[in-house]
Design a binder for this molecule. Structure first.
Ligand SMILES: *Cc1c(COP(=O)(O)O)cnc(C)c1O
Length: 380
């Protein structure tokens, strides 16, 4: 269907993805691999089109959060290696092998179960060891107290039959804010690698840097990096943007349509709960987007959208499918006009700040009802 007939859509610029791919690639030493996280439907950009395009560009590895996300990519014809970062119940071991998915492993019990399943199938399952150096999420603990015990556990896991330990990784919790803590985590990771190596336990792909560390700490690159939000053209800490950033380009422009415009007298109440009463005669435009599309209701009465060559502020509560904006000062706005909700004029970071959240969440929240339209803008 032509986008001219749609009520709301997200335009995804694959040319910007290409630009970001080359920008990130150019930051890395030649032998450092580049992994693109495409979990959560590629941060809301559409996992399959994004993964296919990255594969064409030459991506080394992809990552997802679940086995279903991995299978979806394989069934869509994606051939690149895929790492599952999150939990997979060992009953899925056969699917992991059938679909050639690499599984992150963060405890011995799961390693044992996966090993037994692989042996039973007469196959080998590719796995990456996960170390917790201070994020306190997934991984075997690597703080000073637990390190020696973890080395012993990892040695046993490494010796299990049926598993090919291709990689080992950790994740930073504060690489967008604390150099001290990031270096503590990195030092713990290096200590772990050294102790493991002394026991003959080594890995081809050691990785730890997500976007923030890729942008801030080249010393952490090791054998592979995992920038997510940077691929989609956003900075983990929005305050970095435009300072000395590498010039990443945002992929998504969320657009909607004006479906009605009318002039209401001062004193009129607008939307559910009558939270807003007009203090002047107002031209109100109704936009065909609401929280049912992923626009946060917390932006009610605050978000500015770009329409008719200017900014119009949301008036009253955002509804499920619709919201109202004040276009009194934009006399040309008429039904059928396109409004930009997130994009070059309205950074998603601003909407996130209004909603008390981060750009990651708002991108992921643009939901299934909103069709993605893929374009490749020519780049200069
Ligand atoms: C999501 C994720 C990333 C990517 O993080 P960004 O901040 O988007 O770069 C990297 N590694 C792991 C383990 C993740 O879960």
């Amino acid at each position: 269907m032509d986008q001219d007939l749609r009520r709301t859509w997200a335009q995804i610029d694959l040319g910007a993805l290409e630009h970001n791919y080359h920008t990130l690639r150019a930051m890395l030493p030649g032998d450092c691999k580049l992994l693109a996280p495409v979990k959560a439907d590629a941060y809301g950009h559409g996992a399959l089109p994004v993964a296919r395009w990255l594969e064409e560009l030459g991506i080394d590895y992809l990552a997802v959060a679940s086995v279903d996300e991995g299978i979806e990519l394989r069934q869509g014809g994606v051939e690149a290696p895929i790492l599952i970062l999150g939990y997979t119940e060992p009953l899925w071991a056969k699917e992991l092998m059938d679909y050639r998915l690499t599984q992150a492993v963060f405890d011995e019990k799961t390693a044992l179960a996966l090993s037994q399943a692989a042996v039973k199938e007469g196959k080998t399952l590719t796995v990456h060891m996960k170390a917790d150096t201070g994020m306190s999420r997934l991984g075997l603990l690597c703080d000073e107290k637990d390190l020696d015990k973890t080395v012993e556990t990892m040695e046993r896991m490494y010796a299990l039959p049926g598993l090919q330990w291709e990689g080992i990784f950790t994740h930073f919790s504060h690489a967008d804010g604390s150099e001290e803590y990031t270096m503590l985590q990195f030092t713990r990771f290096l200590d772990l690698l050294k102790k493991l190596k002394e026991k003959g336990v080594s890995f081809e792909i050691r990785h730890c840097a997500a976007s923030a560390a890729v942008l801030n700490y080249p010393c952490t690159y090791l054998d592979m990096v995992r920038p997510g939000i940077a691929f989609y053209g956003h900075y983990p800490d929005p305050s970095c943007e435009g300072l000395d950033g590498p010039g990443l380009q945002s992929l998504m422009t969320l657009k909607t349509r004006v479906v009605s415009v009318k002039t209401l007298p001062a004193g009129t109440a607008v939307s559910y709960g009558r939270t807003h009463t007009l203090d002047r005669e107002t031209r109100l435009a109704v936009l065909s987007i609401g929280y049912g599309d992923g626009l946060p209701r917390a932006c009610s009465d605050r978000l500015r959208v770009w329409v008719g060559g200017g900014y119009a502020t949301v008036v009253g509560r955002i509804c499920m499918d619709l919201c109202m904006v004040d276009v009194t000062d934009l006399p040309d706005v008429k039904p059928g006009d396109v409004a930009e909700v997130y994009g070059p004029h309205v950074p998603v970071e601003d909407a996130a700040a209004l909603a008390g959240t981060i750009q990651y969440e708002l991108l992921c929240n643009v939901n299934k009802r909103v069709p993605r339209i893929y374009t490749r803008m020519p780049k200069d």
